[in-house]
Write a protein that binds this ligand. Structure first.
Ligand SMILES: [Zn+2]
Length: 423
């Protein structure tokens, strides 16, 4: 197979640029390679700028997740039915399901990037690790797992809190990776059992880590939480600094812009990413749907990497069942609709203490019997605790002033007993 990720990127997985000037050179070089590649191989980008002409990044349009899904065939640099492709399902976060094509080379590269982040925070090759994963997240674990990368056990994110604790007791890992809300599920279960674990490295990702949630996780799981900001599409974007002042952006691999409502650069705003290493589907000025703020002051650690002071708006929550049990909304999505084809947009709405409504915008691929299957799964998981009503709708409206989120709580109380959100 012809190598598509340039050698300069592979070399860069080993070390960070020395200073801000070296970082700028690296970024300019990698962005140039990406724009050249996209302009040559992607019909969408070929249409935007002539071959051999490198536009300024700010002249290119923003790419939303919905636009990426709808125009995937044009944006991709390979036919979607080409051999050797794997598909990452990213249904969980935005309410806009997407199947992102990738190949073995990109899977390995992405795994190396994550490993570099873990290693920088103390993970060593001999450490046992448990990763709680979404089934769609690792389309072919064999591509990376049997190598020398991680002595890692994958555990399903959908398992019950009791089951998660059981897996951890059995595996006795030195490190866990999973969504913050999911580590929260484990912590709350341990509180119920009045038990503690001793797991030194706790990597959280993909949803909000509130200060009090972090404290409870650290207390019960007996380790230090390192929060990583990343997504399936982008790989790791930013990771908490050991000195605790914010999140350093791995801007040698992912350029981050924060933009206001008029798409102007802002101190606080929408997160827009340009993924320097992807080639199957170039993600240039890709809007993740999150909000963040740049830090006011440079980090005392001296790293040349830019620093995000705060992350807002990763809208997954812990939901509490009337029984006192907790479930992460990501696990809810995975359990109920993760493998159902033909869902364009979904929204879970918690209407009342005992009632949940699931709205679905579907395509023709949605099987006729799926509605009943979803309801039955729900009953199997939650019994008589919650009643689910599935509703197929033409579109999902958001209330004025409300950011779209796939999980809405309208019971009028905070979704969890922890802080309602980052300040
Ligand atoms: Zn720092």
């Amino acid at each position: 197979m012809r190598r598509r990720i340039p050698i300069s990127l592979w070399l860069g997985t080993q070390r960070l640029p020395r200073d801000a000037e070296a970082l700028r050179r690296v970024q300019k070089n990698r962005l140039g390679q990406l724009l050249d590649f996209a302009g040559r191989h992607s019909p969408y980008y070929r249409n935007l700028y002539p071959p051999a002409c490198r536009p300024a990044l700010s002249d290119l349009p923003l790419l939303t997740r919905a636009a990426l899904r709808d125009r995937l065939r044009e944006i991709a640099t390979v036919p979607l039915d080409a051999g050797g492709l794997y598909f990452h399902s990213t249904s969980g976060w935005s309410g806009t399901p997407l199947r992102l094509p990738t190949n073995r080379e990109e899977l390995l590269f992405n795994a190396l990037l994550w490993l570099a982040v873990y290693r920088a925070h103390g993970l060593r090759p001999w450490h046992r690790q448990v990763k709680f994963a979404h089934a769609g997240m690792n389309p072919d674990k064999r591509a990376v797992r049997h190598a020398w990368l991680y002595p890692r056990r994958y555990a399903p994110a959908v398992s019950s809190p009791e089951e998660k604790v059981r897996i951890l007791r059995e595996a006795r890992p030195q490190s866990i990776a999973g969504w913050a809300s999911l580590l929260g599920e484990v912590a709350f279960q341990l509180e119920r059992e009045n038990a503690r674990l001793r797991i030194p490295l706790l990597f959280s990702a993909s949803d909000m880590l509130w200060p009090s949630l972090r404290a409870r996780i650290e207390e019960r799981l007996g380790g230090r939480v390192v929060d990583i900001y990343g997504s399936i599409e982008t790989g790791p974007i930013a990771c908490e600094c050991r000195q605790g002042r914010g999140y350093h952006v791995r801007s040698d691999f992912v350029l981050v812009e924060l933009l206001d409502d008029q798409a102007r650069p802002a101190r606080a705003g929408r997160v827009v990413c340009t993924v320097l290493w992807r080639r199957m589907v170039p993600l240039i000025r890709y809007e993740l749907g999150d909000y963040a703020e740049w830090a006011d002051e440079p980090c005392p650690c001296g790293s040349p990497l830019p620093l995000l002071g705060r992350l807002h708006g990763r809208h997954q929550d812990l939901w509490r069942l009337p029984s006192g049990q907790w479930i992460s909304s990501g696990a809810l999505e995975e359990t109920l609709i993760g493998d159902v084809p033909g869902i364009r947009v979904f929204q879970f709405i918690r209407e009342a203490e005992d009632r949940v409504r699931l709205q679905l915008v579907t395509t023709d691929a949605f099987p006729a019997e799926a509605e009943r299957a979803i309801t039955e799964r729900f009953r199997g998981r939650f019994g008589a605790v919650w009643a689910l009503q599935v509703e197929r709708v033409a579109s999902i409206e958001k209330r004025p002033g409300e950011k779209f989120t796939p999980f809405v709580d309208r019971t009028g109380r905070p979704a969890s007993a922890v802080d309602p959100g980052r300040p």
